[in-house]
Design a binder for this molecule. Structure first.
Ligand code: FES
Length: 186
């Protein structure tokens, strides 16, 4: 599967995690020798000519496992791929698809670019914030279920309002559809 930003997203990276690891939780390495994730990484490494080429999918694995990519996660990736932590951080901070802090189990991105905006995207955002309990854009709901953010064009301008819930793409979202949509989320 090709992920956002053209990354080669590993099969495990559906981002429906058991919940993000808290900021202050001790970091548990993901690519432990003998582990399933290490085996997954080894498959990726065999596919590419250099270890560096596996950086984006390796970061997807970290995010899938931990819910976000912490500095410790970046350091682990840097070590296994023989890169500098600064290089890995540069890549993580370049792409918006990697979370640099814990987010809700359901990460909702709503297109609010002009075509969707004039079709009512801001009303959708407002309703999502109200019904998820998120205090503001980018904040996580108290129950840890949701984070809502605005996004640039999602490529479905004729189907306002489109949004993504983790890796699930939903188009033509209306105010009436929101309660059922949120009820489907874990
Ligand atoms: S402007 Fe909203 S999907 Fe393109």
């Amino acid at each position: 599967m090709t992920g956002p930003g053209g990354s080669d997203m590993p099969a495990s990276a559906d981002l429906t995690t058991s919940g993000p690891q808290a900021h202050d939780a001790p970091y548990e390495p993901v690519f432990v020798p003998g582990s399933e994730r290490r085996a997954e990484l080894d498959v990726l490494l065999a596919r590419y000519p250099t270890k560096m080429a596996a950086l984006l999918p390796a970061l997807w694995i970290i995010q899938h496992e931990r819910g976000w990519v912490s500095d410790a996660g970046m350091a682990e990736v840097a070590e296994v791929l023989e890169l500098t932590p600064a290089y890995v951080k540069g890549v993580v901070t370049f792409y918006t698809m990697y979370h640099q802090h814990p987010v809700g189990r359901n990460f909702i991105q709503v297109c609010t670019t002009t075509p969707c905006n004039i079709c009512g995207a801001e009303d959708i955002v407002r309703a999502l914030l109200e019904q998820t309990g998120c205090a503001e854009l980018g904040a996580t709901s108290p129950d840890g279920r949701f984070t809502v953010v605005e996004s640039e064009c999602l490529g479905a301008c004729g189907f306002a309002t489109p949004l993504m819930i983790n890796e699930r793409f939903v188009e033509s979202v209306t105010l009436e559809k929101i309660p059922a949509l949120l009820a489907e989320c874990d």
